[in-house]
Design a protein around this ligand. Structure first.
Ligand code: FMN
Length: 185
C-alpha cells in the first residue's frame, strides 16, 4: 500500500469571507484517497524583520515545522494589484529564512487562486511561480486552477458551488499527489 501524502495548504487572505479560503475548504473535501490536507491559517505571522530572523515568532516556528512535516504544499492565492498579497509574500519570506534554513526547500508545491475579476488570479500565480525559483520548490505546472468571477461560484456560506471549479480542484490535488510520489521515488 502506498504511503499517505500529507499536504499542507494555506490561503493568502485573512478575510473571513475569503473566496480563496473557500477554495481551500473545498480542497479539504475533495482530497483524493491516499492523501490528507491540513489547513494552516497565516493570521498572526508578524511582518518579517531581518534583524530578528534568528529569533522567529512562535507562529513562524509553527509554520516552518508544518511545512517541513508535509510531503507537499498547496498555496491558494488571491490577486492584489496584479501580484500576490503582502500577507502571503510575508509568510513565505518568514518561512524561507534565515539563510540555510528555508523550509520550502525541495517541496513539491501546487497553486490555485480565485479573484472577482476575469483573470482568476493568473497574474498573482505567475508571480508566485517566480518566487519558487529562489525557494527551490518543485512547482506543479498543470493543471492551472484560476477561478474568475469567484463571487458567482461561491455561495454566501463560503461553499464552492460551481461543479467545474470543484472538478478542477480535484484534478489539481490528484496531480499534486502523483507529482509528490514521483519526486519521492
Ligand atoms: C488591495 C487589493 C487589490 C486587488 N487587486 C486585484 C487585481 O489585481 N486583480 C484582480 O483580479 N482582483 C483584485 N482585487 C480584488 C480581489 O480579487 C478580491 O478582493 C478577492 O475577493 C480577494 O480574495 P479573497 O476573497 O480571498 O480575500 C484586489 C483586491 C484588493 C483588496
Amino acid at each position: 500500500m502506498e504511503k499517505t501524502v500529507n499536504i499542507l495548504g494555506f490561503a493568502g487572505s485573512l478575510r473571513k469571507g475569503s473566496y480563496n479560503k473557500a477554495l481551500l475548504r473545498a480542497a479539504v473535501e475533495l482530497v483524493p484517497k491516499g492523501a490528507k490536507l491540513e489547513v494552516f491559517d497565516l493570521d498572526g505571522i508578524p511582518p518579517f524583520n531581518q534583524d530578528l530572523e534568528n529569533q522567529p515568532a512562535q507562529k513562524v516556528k509553527e509554520f516552518k515545522a508544518k511545512i517541513r512535516a508535509a510531503d507537499a504544499i498547496l498555496i491558494v492565492t488571491p490577486e492584489y494589484n496584479y501580484s500576490i498579497p503582502g500577507v502571503l509574500k510575508n509568510a513565505i519570506d518568514c518561512a524561507s529564512r534565515p539563510h540555510g534554513d528555508n523550509a520550502f526547500e525541495h517541496k513539491p508545491v501546487a497553486i490555485m487562486g480565485a479573484s472577482i475579476g476575469m483573470t482568476g488570479s493568473s497574474r498573482a500565480q505567475y508571480h508566485l511561480r517566480q518566487c519558487f525559483v529562489f525557494l527551490t520548490c518543485f512547482a506543479l505546472n498543470q493543471p492551472e486552477v484560476m477561478v474568475p468571477f469567484a463571487h458567482e461560484k461561491i455561495d454566501k456560506d463560503g461553499k464552492v458551488t460551481d461543479q467545474k471549479t470543484r472538478e478542477k480542484i480535484r484534478e489539481l490535488l490528484e496531480s499534486l499527489v502523483a507529482w509528490t510520489r514521483r519526486l519521492k521515488g
